[in-house]
Ligand binder design. Structure first.
Ligand code: PHE
Length: 460
């Protein structure tokens, strides 16, 4: 007799866990600077349009695959069609590759949260603090291992007592904190150097569409950047949503839950911009927005340092919130891998211990990539990178689009969209966007993903 599969206790548990996965570093740190670079409101409008069509299609497909097969990512595809089992291999390897380096970044966030908590926020704002820390000996490894052990602990406790319970606590807190900092950010008046700027000006800079000096080429670039961000943000093509879908009860409403996950993810991303962009605008000016990835670890501490006492409190709240967001995402990565091992016959606790151990070893190597193993490898997009960047590029830019294209072809052409539509409406639920879904999964999504993939190979 097969052992009964774990399941979320209801759709709220599922939505919060899935939103916990979706809301991560991407929402808080990547979305705001991409929006600022992509013409503010222009980016926002394109992003929301894509979320309602492209994002919805991918998310719907994965959750339905999981629930229909009641299998984790590793074996679900094989159950749908035995010639397409290789997609499962790909879906299993992606979270395996991402987990270690995601935990390294989680460790960095933890270091910043600690620095603010122990009253060293001003030190953390120092020019070389970030680079000194990540290239240091030992400390990044310790934080990474602690972060990974925390992740392992939650997964070890199981779907209900671990992931669901954790998400039900952390996600509402995260939401309240982000609203709180956003409101504060809107009320900021003049920084030291830019005393005539207000938080409200920054907000307008964020939401008003600007197409100044943009030709059709630039607008297409914004579309591609919004699509890449959306794809990453909703945690599709990482095996996660298939795995979480397999814990989703047959009687719960799948269409509505998918909508809720998307709304949650998009609202948090938008609020992250409301929180960060006005602060950057007031203290560093519009130029500060081009900080790119350094924005979170370099620019934010500098801004908090300039705010005096309020900055210390805000710094703690901010980094603790980012820590929660990162933790619920890393949990979903580990769960996806562990769940695959369980479907192959390994016991849950043993699988968690084995995979956490492997991830620790790889994560240590990733940390050493900034230290004794330092090198600069060229990436197809013209940048150079260390071990972390290579793992990131391989998983995000190459393997994930391939998996997503494969999933669209499998659902759209081999099994037909009806498979997913039937799964989603098996209790008579309404599925208003079913025609849109069909066109998206067969034609539009695979073409967009192919363009994204070609970009990753440096074709354009
Ligand atoms: N969706 C997450 C984000 O927006 C990214 C992520 C989730 C990455 C889970 C890995 C695992 O940040």
């Amino acid at each position: 007799m097969e052992k009964q599969r774990s399941s979320f206790s209801g759709s709220i548990g599922f939505v919060l866990a899935a939103a916990g996965s979706a809301v991560g570093l991407g929402n808080i740190w990547r979305f705001p600077y991409l929006a600022a670079e992509g013409g503010g409101g222009l980016f926002l409008v394109i992003y929301i349009g894509l979320a309602l069509t492209f994002g919805f299609t991918l998310l719907m497909s994965e959750v339905a695959i999981g629930r229909k097969t009641k299998n984790s990512c590793l074996t679900a595809y094989k159950h749908l069609n035995k010639n397409w089992g290789w997609l499962g291999g790909l879906a299993g390897i992606i979270p395996f590759l991402i987990l270690p380096y995601y935990c390294v970044i989680g460790g960095w966030v933890m270091k910043y949260a600690m620095s603010f908590i122990i009253g060293q926020g001003v030190t953390a704002a120092g020019d070389d603090f970030f680079s000194d820390f990540i290239t240091g000996n030992g400390e990044p490894i310790i934080y990474t291992v602690v972060f990974l052990l925390l992740t392992g602990f939650v997964v070890f406790r199981g779907v209900n007592k671990g992931i669901e319970a954790m998400s039900k606590i952390l996600m509402p807190i995260l939401f309240v904190l982000i609203i709180g900092i956003s409101i504060y950010s809107l009320t900021i008046q003049g920084g030291k150097e830019y005393d005539d700027r207000t938080g409200m000006d920054g907000f307008l800079f964020y939401v008003i569409p600007s197409v100044d000096g943009m030709g059709i080429g630039e607008i297409l670039k914004v579309i591609m950047s919004a699509m890449g961000q959306l794809f990453y943000s909703i945690s599709v093509a990482m095996g996660i949503m298939v795995t979480y879908g397999s814990y989703f009860k047959d009687k719960d409403n799948l269409v509505r839950s998918v909508n809720h996950i998307e709304i949650f993810d998009t609202v948090v991303a938008f609020l992250a911009g409301v929180m960060i962009i006005p602060a950057v605008y007031v203290f560093l000016g519009p130029e500060g927005m081009s900080g790119g990835p350094g924005l979170m670890f370099v620019a934010m501490p500098k801004i908090f340092a300039q705010m005096g006492a309020a900055g210390t409190v805000l710094g703690i709240v901010f980094f603790v919130m980012v820590l929660f967001a990162a933790l619920t995402s890393s949990i979903s990565l580990l769960e996806a891998v562990v769940s695959g091992m369980i479907d192959k016959g390994v016991k849950k606790k043993k699988a968690t211990l084995i995979e956490s151990g492997i991830a620790i070893v790889i994560a240590v190597v990733v940390c050493l990539g900034y230290n004794v193993l330092y090198f600069e490898a060229p990436l197809p997009n013209g940048d150079t990178g260390q071990i972390l960047d290579i793992l990131d590029y391989l998983s995000n830019n190459i393997l994930m689009p391939i998996l997503a294209i494969g999933t669209c072809i499998l659902i759209g052409w081999v099994l037909k969209p009806k498979t997913v539509i039937d799964e989603a409406t098996k209790n008579g639920e309404r599925f208003l966007r079913r025609h849109l879904y069909t066109v998206m999964v067969k034609f539009v999504a695979p073409v967009l993903l192919l363009i994204l993939l070609l970009g990753s190979f440096g074709v354009y």
